[in-house]
Design a protein around this ligand. Structure first.
Ligand code: SF4
Ligand code: MG
Length: 324
């Protein structure tokens, strides 16, 4: 609730001007057990920072965080270490997140060893089982990360992430660095593991296609804020925020006759800086529906239909001025 992360930055020619980068700016979000919540938005919208806050890799500037019923921010020391093992992360670039000097067996076995859950032959057996689970040949256990392809490295990262049987896995663009053909394999693997290990996913991506199939619900972020939150089906069938419309429009549609009756928002212009977010609605400089009110008053995230939240003064087409 109200989760916020501001970073102090320097700007100006001599980097002497102090400023505040509002990476995550008051996010209210619930992730339900067993679901996949997709988080989408352009680079710099705060989605990765949000993921790191949820893991307490970063401490929030403000806000509260509760996990499985307990105040996650109040935990310290051993209690924090224990609880933290329930949350794991999979990174975008499996290569840079794997220690090049460790064998696959050491990498996957590390969390089990650190948490003193297995050692000796038991550890080797547990790692073998994890390699089976992610579709890696056991005979590769003594190889090093550079001996694997991108897709295989991501399987190593996934095996390490599930080693402690976590409840929640933050997936930070886990397939965006992979070839399209490999992406589908990794996504299918994740869906299978989700069922097998009863995992909950927070799945971060910059575009909608990557999360479309895997997500149950989706949150769209813009400049540190959630601007729309809905079930995947509702979001695609009737996006209420013009930015979400723009993101959907950016997805190539195979049949050009589809959606011809509708005027779609095209995203123009760059994402403004989170150091100087626009006044009022942060999307107003890029929004084709913007009206005077939008430049001065910030819209709050409001439930317009059951389970469908949007932060826009004119969320439905009928309330918007016609696009010229
Ligand atoms: Fe566009 Fe106004 Fe809605 Fe913001 S509040 S998205 S500027 S219509
Ligand atoms: Mg990122």
């Amino acid at each position: 609730k109200g989760l916020t992360k501001h970073f102090d930055v320097s700007e100006g020619f001599f980097k002497r001007k102090k400023a505040v980068l509002r990476a995550v700016d008051g996010v209210d979000l619930t992730i339900y057990a067993g679901e996949t919540l997709g988080i989408v938005g352009e680079s710099g919208c705060g989605k990765s920072t949000l993921g790191q806050l949820l893991m307490r890799l970063l401490e929030p500037t403000r806000g509260t965080l509760s996990f499985a019923g307990s105040d996650f921010l109040a935990l310290k020391g051993e209690a924090l270490r224990q609880k933290r093992s329930d949350i794991q992360i999979i990174f975008q670039d499996p290569f840079s997140s794997l220690n090049p000097r460790m064998t696959v067996r050491e990498i996957i076995g590390e969390p089990l060893k650190t948490h003193r859950l297995a050692k000796g032959n038991d550890l080797i057996k547990r790692v073998d089982e994890l390699m089976d689970a992610v579709g890696l040949d056991r005979s590769y256990a003594k190889r090093y990360p550079h001996e694997f392809s991108g897709g295989q490295r991501q399987r190593i990262g996934i095996a390490r992430a599930i080693a402690l049987k976590p409840k929640l896995i933050i997936c930070d663009e886990p397939v965006s660095a992979l070839d399209v053909s490999i992406q589908a394999q990794i996504l299918n693997l994740m869906v299978r593991l989700q069922k097998e290990f009863q995992l909950t996913f927070l799945f971060i991506a910059h575009g909608l296609p990557a999360v479309k199939h895997i997500s149950d619900r989706m949150a769209v972020m813009y400049l540190g804020k959630v601007v729309e939150l809905a079930s995947k089906d509702a979001l695609f069938a009737q996006p209420m925020h013009p930015y979400s419309e723009g993101l959907i429009q950016a997805v190539p549609i195979p049949d050009p006759t589809v959606r011809n009756d509708k005027k779609w928002v095209t995203l123009e212009g760059d994402l403004p800086s989170p150091v100087h977010p626009p006044s009022g609605c942060r999307f107003h400089p890029r929004c084709p529906y913007a009206q005077d009110k939008c430049t001065v008053q910030e819209p709050a995230l409001t439930e317009k239909e059951p389970g469908h939240f949007v932060a826009c003064h004119f969320p439905l087409e009928k309330t918007r001025k016609d696009l010229m």
